[in-house]
Ligand binder design. Structure first.
Ligand code: NI
Length: 192
């Protein structure tokens, strides 16, 4: 049975501590494998696009990412379920785009942040196999958001223009149409 875990809210110190890397041995344990299943179940129950282990009180370098016709982000392209263990991201080039982000640990707030358009990902999958991948566009932004969590950062730290901070209702009312158009252009360019 998978458990739905409670999600840490902004202000709790566990969100601000860099998480601990996993050894290949630790990764193989039933305890960690069950935790990964619980992390996925919790992300899906909360309609998150991703969830980091320290968002459910476990200071471990593990995150889950998935977008599957997400009602929280209806204009976003899908991303297959991905588990990253000990991920390291390297930007490809210097080009960035503006992304309107929200977070399950930051209730009812969204804001504009800059994200790299393309990144190289080096990580392990949940079985300890190496992942070496290049991701682009919205998928790249999601990876950057989740790996920030694992390093003790929140999207709030990257909001340069505090006037972009909005509630979810006001996002719908004043920003969604423009953001949906921007995302469409991004997807047309990068396919993701
Ligand atoms: Ni988040």
């Amino acid at each position: 049975m998978n458990r739905i875990l409670s999600i840490v809210q902004v202000g709790h110190p566990v969100l601000r501590e860099p998480t601990a890397e996993l050894t290949p041995e630790a990764l193989q344990t039933d305890e960690i494998q069950q935790f990964i299943d619980d992390l996925i179940a919790t992300m899906r129950a909360a309609n998150g696009a991703g969830l980091a282990a320290n968002q459910v009180y476990q200071s471990l370098r593990i995150c889950a990412i998935e977008v599957r016709d997400n009602p929280r982000y209806p204009y976003r392209p899908n991303i297959p379920l991905t588990i990253l263990i000990n991920p390291v991201l390297t930007p490809v080039g210097t080009e960035m785009f503006e992304n309107y982000e929200g977070c399950l640990s930051v209730p009812n707030l969204r804001g504009k942040v800059q994200r790299y358009c393309e990144i190289d990902v080096s990580a392990l999958d949940r079985h300890g196999n190496p992942i070496n991948d290049r991701v682009r566009g919205m998928t790249a932004a999601t990876y950057q958001h989740e790996v920030d969590h694992l390093l003790g950062m929140l999207f709030l730290d990257r909001v340069e223009d505090s006037t972009s901070l909005v509630t979810w209702d006001n996002f719908e009312r004043y920003h969604r149409a423009q953001v949906a158009e921007n995302v469409q252009q991004l997807v047309a360019r990068y396919g993701s």
